[in-house]
Design a protein. Structure first.
Lengths: 226, 265
């Protein structure tokens, strides 16, 4: 029992309780969390629980199942923090928060370091309406970005496909960030705090790269090989 | 017999989900299949009206779930096809009266002696939609060639991906070839280009569909109706037959384009 209990750490935070998961198999950790709750039912009754699941990839069924089990024990799950974009998307679909408001000054700095390390998120599928991908680095997408989808990167965004959704590069204020795509038919693009809205899609789409020019405006340039 | 459970959904309302369910179920029954339709739109039922079975409702799906009747008692037999049944929705309750596991249980009970279970999903992406897709082996996505309907359909494809239901098959409903020719309507090609999923049928705009719905007689019974023919073809494709995307006497560029697109996948 001691061993299973130790793989999930529960501590108090400003917004309730935070359960931190390790990289152990999901089933074991889920069991460990429920065991901990069952051992002290009075302490957990009515609690608001956030989970930091690390890099675990969780599907809708996993989270729905756990949320139901928690609510049977009168514990409400309100947030899932994850490093995995898949899990983040799942949580957003279920209407769970994916950020917990906790001042993390050291981590803020780490983000800037990651950009200089050129970390990128690689997504190999079409991003559909209602999906939002947010990443503290660059984002590379092989597939289309459909209308109603949102892509937000602290670094650059590169899309091997057609873009008709909203793109925001350099979201934390990096004015040197750029956006490029095979077909840039988006009606809104943002880099840092510059916004270009109500764009007309080109008649004959060609690969383009968008950046902030010397006048401080967004500017698109055709990409020429050679 | 092990039934295939097919859910028909759309995201946006009013694109023709219920019409598609009534017509596909009738077409499958015409081909000699045993079919049960379930109206998943608890609180706003209308599949019974479109199928002309409104007057025969005694028990509904919530009665089955809450144990007031047996499943067989809630199954209403169609007027013309003895192997076609409808399980109606409750009109005085709401979506929360049914849970996804209730739907899975009912469909599993039906699987043994049925060929097809067809579920009519409510519009939207909330509880009723989740109930409707919970038991689905296969999802058909109905859309109109309109930007707003296609946008909602795209959202539904994304949710189905996240739920690991796979990609749905697409039915483009109420396509008007004359409007497409004049560039006043999205073409089937435009819709497929955005959604990137497999096409299972294109139903042309046809006023006999509305007349049939109001009379409670699905248009597939009408051999002269072009929409009816399109629904009969979709039903054949659901049974695994390879029916080309072409109507008799319709050799226009549009149908050729659709055929080409369907072959691409």
């Amino acid at each position: 029992m001691e061993q299973t209990a130790s793989i999930v750490q529960i501590k108090g935070i400003r917004d309730g309780l935070l359960a931190s998961f390790s990289d152990a198999p999901w089933e074991d950790q889920r069991a460990a969390l429920l065991t901990q709750i069952d051992e002290r039912p009075d302490f957990f009754r009515g609690a608001r629980l956030a989970m930091d699941v690390g890099a675990q990839i969780l599907k809708v069924n996993d989270l729905v199942d756990l949320r139901d089990r928690l609510s049977e024990r009168n514990v409400s799950l309100w947030a899932v923090v994850s490093e995995s974009p898949v899990t983040e998307q799942t949580s957003q679909l279920l209407g769970l928060a994916t950020r917990i408001s906790k001042p993390r000054p050291e981590e803020q700095k780490q983000f800037i370091d990651t950009i200089t390390d050129e970390t990128a998120l690689f997504v190999n599928k079409t991003i559909r309406s209602g999906n939002r991908i947010e990443f503290p680095g660059h984002i590379v997408i092989v597939g289309d970005v459909n209308p109603g989808a949102e892509i937000v990167a602290e670094g650059n965004i590169i899309v091997w496909g057609r873009v008709r959704g909203m793109m925001h590069a350099g979201s934390k204020g990096d004015r040197s960030a750029f956006i490029c795509a095979l077909d840039l038919s988006a009606n809104q693009l943002r880099i840092a705090d510059e916004v270009s809205a109500n764009l007309k899609p080109p008649k004959d789409p060609k690969p383009e790269i968008v950046s902030i020019n010397s006048d401080g405006r967004l500017q698109a340039e055709l990409w020429n090989a050679g | 017999m092990t039934a295939q459970v097919i859910t028909i959904t759309s995201g946006k309302g009013g694109v023709g989900k219920t019409t598609a369910v009534a017509n596909l179920a009738t077409a499958l029954a015409m081909d000699g299949r045993r079919v049960v339709c379930i109206d998943g739109d608890i609180g706003l039922r209308n599949l019974d009206v479109v199928m002309g079975l409104e007057n025969r409702i005694v028990y509904d799906i919530v009665d089955v779930i809450e144990g007031r009747c047996k499943l067989k008692q809630a199954m209403i037999r169609d007027k013309h096809y003895p192997d076609l049944y409808l399980i109606p929705a409750a009109q005085t309750r709401d979506k929360n009266s049914v849970s996804p596991s209730d739907m899975v249980r009912i469909c599993n009970d039906l699987r043994a002696d049925t060929d097809f279970v067809i579920i009519d999903s409510p519009a939207g992406i909330e509880r009723g939609f989740r109930n409707a897709i919970a038991a689905a082996d296969r999802v058909l996505l109905v859309t109109n060639p309109e930007v707003s309907a296609v946008r909602d359909a795209d959202r539904v494809v994304g949710i189905l991906e996240a739920e690991e239901k796979g990609n749905p098959a697409l039915v483009i409903n109420r396509l008007n070839p004359n409007l497409v020719k004049n560039n006043d309507m999205l073409s089937a090609e435009d819709v497929l280009d955005l959604l990137g999923i497999q096409l299972i049928g294109v139903v042309p705009e046809d006023e006999t569909v509305i007349i049939g719905s109001n009379r409670g007689a699905p248009v597939v019974n009408d051999t002269k109706s072009r929409a009816g023919a399109a629904f009969r073809n979709i039903a054949k494709r659901l049974q695994g037959q390879d029916i080309p995307f072409m109507e008799a006497g319709q050799q226009s560029g549009l149908w050729n384009a659709i055929q080409r697109l369907a072959g691409r996948k």
